[in-house]
Each structure stands twice: as C-alpha cells, then as structure tokens.
Design a protein around this ligand. Sequence first.
Ligand SMILES: CC(C)(COP(=O)(O)OP(=O)(O)OC[C@H]1O[C@@H](n2cnc3c(N)ncnc32)[C@H](O)[C@@H]1OP(=O)(O)O)[C@@H](O)C(=O)NCCC(=O)NCCS
Length: 177
Amino acid sequence: MKPASSILIKQVQSKSVLELQKIAKETFFETYASENTKEDMDAYLAKNFNTEHLQRSIINPDSFYYFAMNHQEVIGYLKVNQGSAQTDNKLPDALEIERIYILSKFQRKGVGKLLLKKAVEKAQSFNIKTLWLSVWDKNQKAIYFYKNQGFKAFDNQFYWVGTDKQTDVLMKLELDF
Ligand SMILES: CC(C)(COP(=O)(O)OP(=O)(O)OC[C@H]1O[C@@H](n2cnc3c(N)ncnc32)[C@H](O)[C@@H]1OP(=O)(O)O)[C@@H](O)C(=O)NCCC(=O)NCCS
C-alpha cells in the first residue's frame, strides 16, 4: 500500500468518541510506552483521553479531529486547533497540529502526509498561513517526518507526561498560498 490510495480522511463527530479514545490511547501507548514508566503513561492517558475531555474537545468550535480510515478501520488521527483552542499562544494567528498519530503497522505509507495535507487545507480555509506543532525532542522519527515536510524548529518548551518533565521542540511551517 504505497501511496496511501485506499485511505479516506474523515472528520470525527461526537458519536465516534469511543473510536477516537481507542485510537488515541493505542497510538500514544505504541509511541511512548517504551520510554516512560507505566505510572506516567497511565496518568497521562487518564487525564488526556478520558471520554469527557475528548467529547468536550470534539465539540469545541476551534478544534477539529480527523480519522484516517483504511476501509472501515480507523488507523490514525489528526487534531488541529485554532485561536484560543491552541495549547500555547506564541503564534496566536496560526493553526496548531496538536496530534498526528498513525498505528505503527501503517506508518511510512504516506498516511502522515495525507493528514498533514488535511491540516494545510484547514489552515487555508481560515486563511491561516502558519502551521505549528510541539514534538518531544526524543521523538526523532516524527522530527524526521516534520523536517521532510518543510517544518523548521523555532523554540523549545517543557511538557509533562505524568511526573516526567520533558523537553519539546516547537516547529513551524509557513504556507505559501
Ligand atoms: C510521524 C508520523 C505521523 C509520520 O507519518 P507516516 O505516515 O509514517 O509518514 P509518511 O509515510 O507520510 O512519511 C513521509 C516522509 O516523511 C519522512 N519520514 C516519515 N517517517 C520517517 C522515519 N521514521 N524516519 C525517517 N524519515 C521519515 C520520509 O521522508 C517519508 O517519505 P518516504 O517514506 O517516501 O521516505 C507517524 O510515523 C506516526 O504516527 N508516528 C508515531 C506517532 C508520533 O510520533 N506522532 C507525532 C507526535 S508529535
């Protein structure tokens, strides 16, 4: 499967909150469990991926979730934020990519590029010319992906996973439209 020809990108509605919770927990676990304690992982998952929190953010008018679907299976997701829904206000007029996660068995098949394209389209629809994101400095795979797609580092910040204070790299992409 390359390019990702059978993949459909679909906006997530409230009724799909349990599917969103499943893909969010599974991909977060796959990505970070080997480098974080079970306690820190459990604390993060409980705080950030409980159904009430997810439901609230699905209906937030400034946040948008998308599933990457392979036929009927959810294989990844994207969350973008604008305005006050952004997790940081360093770039108040930008669009934040808060989450972009694909199940490991579907990585390196172009699905990340498709989700990023959706984020670019969303930014264009709001006439927003900058995309930004925050990535753990130990997550080299993701940093390679972002650099390959034209993102450049512009700052650092701390990020908590449970009790573990981690350093994130902030990256941005100026859109040319
Ligand atoms: C990062 C992620 C979203 C990228 O999505 P993807 O579907 O795997 O990436 P794509 O197939 O679209 O890759 C596009 C290009 O980016 C680069 N790239 C992607 N993953 C890479 C990796 N692991 N190492 C080096 N380059 C990589 C390559 O140049 C690739 O093109 P190529 O495969 O033709 O060489 C995905 O790997 C993922 O979900 N990772 C785990 C979750 C995560 O870390 N999310 C980001 C949190 S900030």
